[in-house]
Design a protein. Structure first.
Length: 64
């Protein structure tokens, strides 16, 4: 739990919700999550999700 999260922890949570929406094929939630991420992290070009040791690791790739 983060008491006062900044943009990155919030974006990570949204990315996790995006993964769930993709699994459920919930197009509305997918659109909202993508819009949120695009608006809050405009320099991010890719979001990578890796399953490591029963945990999902989210990585944001920024344009150079």
């Amino acid at each position: 739990m983060v008491s006062d999260p900044d943009v990155r922890p919030r974006a990570t949570l949204v990315a996790m919700n995006l993964l769930n929406a993709l699994r459920q094929k919930d197009h509305g939630k997918i659109a909202v999550a993508c819009a949120y991420l695009g608006r809050r992290l405009p320099h991010v070009t890719e979001v990578h999700a890796r399953d490591q040791d029963d945990r999902i690791q989210i990585e944001f790739v920024e344009a150079h």
